[in-house]
Design a binder for this molecule. Structure first.
Ligand code: DQA
Length: 151
């Protein structure tokens, strides 16, 4: 039984997981990650709404549309992490707890990946744990929502 709903949002190029630079992002596909998130959600009592888009406006529209239906947001904004004030603003506007996830350790990579527009508004940032980071984020989100009395 689910007591809370969490939006798991994925940004550009994450649809190519499994074939995209597997030495950085691993061999799992996005569908594998979605399945693991739904399984973790069942274990944690969270309904997981898992989505991916390559379009900034679509990610923002989904944040607006699901606003009243979800209690928390797990987001891997991918490249928009480093460029999008608009996504950071949308996350602030919907005013739900946010956990930012990156599959790779962005701090060990190019300097342009070291800055995130999203992190300042996030409860937590998980990076460098591979796709396990999504499961860790859902575990932490379950605790956050429990502490807020939302679950
Ligand atoms: C990423 C890291 C970003 O810098 C990159 O643009 C991505 C994926 C990650 O999950 O490690 O697309 O967010």
């Amino acid at each position: 039984m689910s007591f809370a709903s969490v939006l798991v949002l994925n940004g550009p190029n994450l649809n190519l997981l499994g074939t995209r630079e597997p030495h950085i992002y691993g061999a799992e596909t996005l569908e594998d990650v979605a399945r693991r998130c739904r399984e973790a959600g069942e274990r944690l009592g969270l309904a997981v709404d898992f989505r991916q888009s390559n379009a900034e406006h679509q990610l923002i529209d989904w944040l607006h549309e699901t606003r009243s239906a979800v209690q928390g947001i797990v987001i891997n904004p991918a490249a928009y992490t480093h460029t999008s004030v608009a996504i950071a603003d949308a996350l602030s506007a919907v005013a739900k707890p946010v956990i930012e996830v990156h599959i790779s350790n962005v701090h060990r990579r190019e300097a342009f990946r070291h800055h995130s527009f999203v992190s300042a508004g996030a409860e937590a940032v998980i990076c460098g744990c591979g796709t396990d980071g999504y499961v860790f984020a859902l575990e932490r989100m379950a605790t956050i929502l429990k502490n807020k009395g939302k679950q």
